[in-house]
Design a protein around this ligand. Structure first.
Ligand code: UDP
Ligand code: MG
Length: 318
């Protein structure tokens, strides 16, 4: 039957949390009174996640398993799920039960009013997150907003309900490194938010090490803002003005015979200018890299297996 709702869940090495997730999610979905499918996107897990998924699938026909050939990352895994899912409405949530599945019913009720295309789950209470996570999130959201992502809802993660039209619009984007929580608000569909308290991870450990968080932030900045590039221009302008000032100073010093042996100032200037140049080159490099990977049009993920068409050829998309 054609599903009215698809639930997309990216998971990477989540064997510990998976049984808890099934126990809590299934009653919620069965109680919805709507045909649904759960698209479990196994993001190249190296533990027992794929085995467990197959086991659960035997007694839960609505569970569909999409396995990626290699670990593609959280955002790419969600993208894979968005392309594969068939529902009229799609909800994406984390596997670790930090996003309470019970909220899906509330989101669907908001959607049923027929006024909005997107229902954001907004974390009104993050006290379960570590201090570091909260601090980095604050910097992320404030930074992105001042860098130009004006419609970014505060504290909206990747727990959201989207209409088919929204998902089709997302799927049609040629962009390579999609940061969905920024892409989706920028599409301009009418939206509403429902608040929830972020729970603690039900089991296992975070699959988001600092390196992945930094990557997400850099992708967000370079994908949505030219501010860093403009910053480089301002640095250059400032440096130029300082250089003119120094030149005048040097000339006057020369003419008045007050030539000082300025070892310290020379070293400081050379070091500062060198560092600034490297910083600006790095910033430009990020953008050039983005252009490069976008032009290559290589898929960000490869689907190795889809239980819906089990045995069918491997599929992939950009
Ligand atoms: N995840 C994924 N691929 C990755 C990293 C994470 O599919 O490379 C999934 C993970 O299994 C979880 C979700 O993304 O369902 C969010 O990850 P996690 O809970 O570890 O992040 P945190 O809540 O610590 O930010
Ligand atoms: Mg989590």
């Amino acid at each position: 039957m054609h599903p009215q709702l698809s639930v997309v869940i990216p998971m990477f090495d989540e064997e510990q949390v998976l049984p808890l997730l099934v126990d809590r999610l299934r009653p919620v979905l069965d109680g919805l009174d709507a045909a649904y499918e759960v698209v479990a996107v196994d993001d190249g897990s190296r533990d027992q996640t794929p085995v467990l998924l197959q086991r659960f699938r035997r007694e839960w026909p609505e569970l569909r398993v999409l396995r990626l050939r290699a670990n593609a990352g959280h955002q790419a895994a969600i993208s894979a799920g968005l392309s594969a899912a068939r529902g009229d409405w799609l909800v994406t949530l984390d596997a670790d039960l930090q996003d309470p599945p019970e909220l899906i019913a509330e989101m669907m009720a908001v959607a049923a009013k027929g006024e909005v295309d997107v229902v954001y789950g907004v974390r009104t209470d993050r006290s379960s997150d570590t201090f570091f996570k909260r601090l980095s999130a604050k910097i992320f959201y404030a930074g992105m907003r001042s860098a130009g992502a004006k419609d970014l809802p505060d504290n909206a993660g990747d727990y959201r309900l989207m209409s088919r039209a929204t998902v089709d619009a997302v799927n049609a984007l040629p962009e390579h490194h999609r940061v969905l929580r920024l892409v989706i608000p920028s599409l301009g569909f009418p939206s509403e938010s429902v608040g929830y308290a972020r729970e603690v991870r039900a089991a296992g450990s975070s699959k988001y090490p600092i390196a992945k968080m930094v990557r997400l932030s850099v992708d967000s900045l370079t994908g949505f803002s030219l501010t860093p590039l403009r910053l480089a221009t301002w640095f250059g302008l400032g440096g130029f003005l300082a250089a003119v000032g120094l030149l005048l100073y040097a000339l006057i010093a020369k003419l008045t015979g007050l030539t000082v042996a300025g070892w310290t100032s020379t070293v400081v200037i050379v070091a500062a200018v060198g560092a600034l140049q490297l910083l600006c080159l790095g910033i430009m490099g990020e953008y050039v890299g983005r252009i490069y990977t976008t032009l290559q049009r290589r898929p960000t993920y490869y689907v190795a297996y889809d239980s819906l068409s089990a045995g069918a050829d491997e599929r992939s998309r950009t």
